[in-house]
Every structure is written in C-alpha cells, then in structure tokens.
Design a protein around this ligand. Sequence first.
Ligand code: BES
Ligand code: ZN
Ligand code: ZN
Length: 494
Amino acid sequence: MAKIKLTAKVDSEILVVGLGLANKKLQIESGAAQLDSASLLATLNAMGATAKADEVIKLPGKATKLVVFTGLGEIKSSYDPEVLRRAAGAAARDLNGNKSATFSLPHKSVVELAAIAEGAALGAYTFVEFLGSSKQEQKAPLELITLISKFSDTAQAKTAIKRAEIIAEQTYLVRDLINTPPSHLTPDSFSQKMKKLATKYGVKAEIINDVTLKKSGYGGIIGVGQGSANPPRLFHVSYSPAKAKKRYAFVGKGITFDTGGLALKPANGMEAMKSDMSGAAAVIAAVFAIAQLKLPIAVDGWAPLAENMVSDNATRPSDVITIYGGKTVEVLNPDAEGRLVLADALIKAAEVGKRAGGLDGIIDVATLTGAQVVALGTRTSAVMTNNEEFSNQFLHAAQLAGEAFWPMPLPVELRASLDSPIADIANIGDRMGGMLVAGLFLKEFIDPQTPWLHLDIAGPAYNEKQPHGYTTVGGTGISLRSLVQLAELASSQA
Ligand code: BES
Ligand code: ZN
Ligand code: ZN
C-alpha cells in the first residue's frame, strides 16, 4: 500500500495540483507549489479544460516531468473535504504504473489536508492479484504519495497522515476481500485470513466452525450454508481496551457468494454476488482500524459467513429454521438469506455484549436488498434504526467521513406482511418497500433497549460501472470510514 509523507518541496517527477473555475475562468490551485501558471493556463484553455470533478489532465512541466491537473469545480476560499478527497483520488487513479507523486492541493486546515491524503491513497488502489506479471506492473499503484502542506511540521498533520494510512490500509483490505472471486474466498478462508490479521493488529479472534454452529443452534447460518460444499463459519473479533468509554458491536453480512439458492438468481444478477460479503469485510476491518488507532472504545466485530448455493441439501422454500435463541423462521425465499445469518449473529452479539456489561450500540452492515438500490441508487446507502439519536450521530460521522447515507423509516404497518401461519416469522413480506421489510425482520432480533442501526449498502458496496473520485471499480469499502469516524466521535465525547 502507498506510503504517505509530508514534504516541504516537490520531491517527485509528478506534481498534482488543482484546477478550478472562478467567474467561468480556469484557475490553477497549486497550494504552496510554484508553477509556470501563465503558459500552463494557456494550454489548458486551448485544450478546452472544464475543471469539473473527475477531469484529470496531464501536461509536461518545467520543474517536474508531469503536472497533473485535477478538477475542483468552482474555486472556493475553503473546500468541502469531500471535494478534495475526490479530486486527489481521481488524480491518483490516473497515475497507476508510476512510483511516486507529490500532491499540492489547496487546503486551509488539517482536516482538509487529511482528506487529500485519504483520497490520494484510496484512489491509488488496484487489484492485480489475478493478473499476469506484465499487466501487474502496468497497473501497480503509487508506492509513495508526498503532500505539500504548510502544516507539515505540526503534530496534528503527522497524526492525520498516520490516520489516513490506517484508513487506506483497511479500505484496501475490504476492497481486496470483495474483489477476490468466490473460488478463492470461502467462509473458512475468509476466517483464516482475518484471524491472521487479527493477531497482527493485536485483536482477539475466534472462528466458530460448522459443527459448533450446528450443535449450538445457529439455524440461520447453518440453513443458508447447508447447500454448499464450503461450510459456514461465524467469525468474531474483539478489541477491548482498558477504560473503554463505550462498547459497540458491529455485525456484517458475510455471504461469500449468493446464487439465490433454490430461488436461483438469473445469470446477470448473479455476477456481482461475490460482493455479498461486503458488510462482513467492512465490520472486521473497522475493528482493526479502531484497534490501530487505539481508540478508547470497545468493539466486537461479527461476521456470519456462508455460501448460498443450490444442492440437494439446500434449504427449500417453506422450510422452517430456528435462529440462535429460539425464534423460528419460515424460509419462503432462500434468496432472502442475509437476514437469516444476521439474525443468528445479532442475537449472539447482544448476548456477548451483555456479558461484557452491555452494549451502547449495535450496528449491522449488509448488502441486504435489491430494493435499496431501487430506492437510493448505487451511491447512497440506507440507515434504519430504533434510536433517532444514535442514527443522527452516525449520519454526522458519515458526513465527516464523506460517505453518503440516508435515513429510512421502519413503518410498523409493513410488519404484518412478515407473519407466517406456521412459524414465528417468515423471511419475506411485502415486495413494495422491500428494504424496509428487511429492516423490520432484523428488528425482531434486536433488544428494544439497545440503540441499533441497520445499514443497507447493497448498491454502494460494489462499483460495477465507471470509477469516480477515489472510488475504484469493484469493492468500494463503503461504511468502513463511517464506522471508524463514529468510534472517533464517541472517543472524544465526555
Ligand atoms: N444479496 C442480495 C441483495 C442484493 C441485490 C445485493 C443486488 C446487491 C445487489 C440479497 O440476498 C437478495 O437477494 N435479496 C432479495 C430479497 C427478496 C427475495 C426479498 C432481493 O433483494 O431481491
Ligand atoms: Zn439473496
Ligand atoms: Zn444476499
């Protein structure tokens, strides 16, 4: 992963600067770096540069081999950090195959500098594991990102850079896990990989295997996983610093591949389903990041992992399963599997949280419904809750982190559609408002006293279209930054 360093002068052959518009005129925003602006502007005007977000233009420079202009839109006296994050990311994405680049983008605060560092590092991500060696070289991401800043010598800037590296490292992990094909990522291999990393980060980890899951009554995880030759797991990490100010549990949907089971998905709806473990990857990596940042917040991360396959042993539509703790579910649609594995894990997470003195919040993260994508599109995720205050706190964190989340209701009148004549609840209800129905299903497995958030990230977890800003193609890492930011906000509260 790219190293990030603060510097006082341009120290590589590539200089990245901003390009903005003031009164419809192009203007270079190069921060503290000196440039031959007049002649560069003449060229940019002649080329028809627009300075819009995601426009990246490379020109030969005088002092450096290349000057890279990244669009900032309207010139501002102070920029929204997300504008800077995206501009830095778009430039970094365009620099694959180069070793290093110096970024000199405008910023008035360390928060803005941190956004530039984060965006540059996130944009520099590539996934090359399954490419031949010559292609790997072509696509190799930047190894070194240097940043020119007037804050270079301050302790705050150094801390911000360290944090950006941690965020990037963990986002890379989430993206790698999502991008890894299901031939190479199973419930067991996910668990083994993450257990090794947990040791590296000094976080406790436990793998609950299929035999134990069955014996202990995890009917959701077993029911979803039983059609696969790759047996399910429940993976658990725990970071528990002394004198923790708060204790949270994060629970992420970990379907390593979702065929839909006997409600088989059509081929073109199935391709992207290696990303159905995005929630699990995000919550575990968030715990790692919180541990690396040494935040005074205790967090447990839970990843119920299963492969939803078709076989003579797969769960049939109309089968009844028993969730951990005893509630029965009539599985009318085996493609609504995420809620089943989450139900087991939510009950277990609450049980373990209670033993540790109670949870201040429980958050599940899941690529749960196609209805989420219909409602909010591919770049905005949904938040559902039983606690307005907790939700508002999260939305504030998401805003700071530059992740788009939007609050959604859990209308009581939809709950009846989940009634089953033969079990405590059915796994599907009204198709209309399907995202909310899924949220209402999960709510049945939440203690009403515990503040709870349900994040549906079905669309934003996986970018099947064009890259943009610091968002590359494939796994995005969505929700990791918001979860970490939430823990940071909680750390700084009394
Ligand atoms: N993993 C899917 C949801 C999904 C769809 C994620 C598109 C990302 C992109 C989930 O398991 C699923 O199939 N849900 C069903 C639920 C339905 C049967 C109630 C859906 O949304 O169609
Ligand atoms: Zn499904
Ligand atoms: Zn799924």
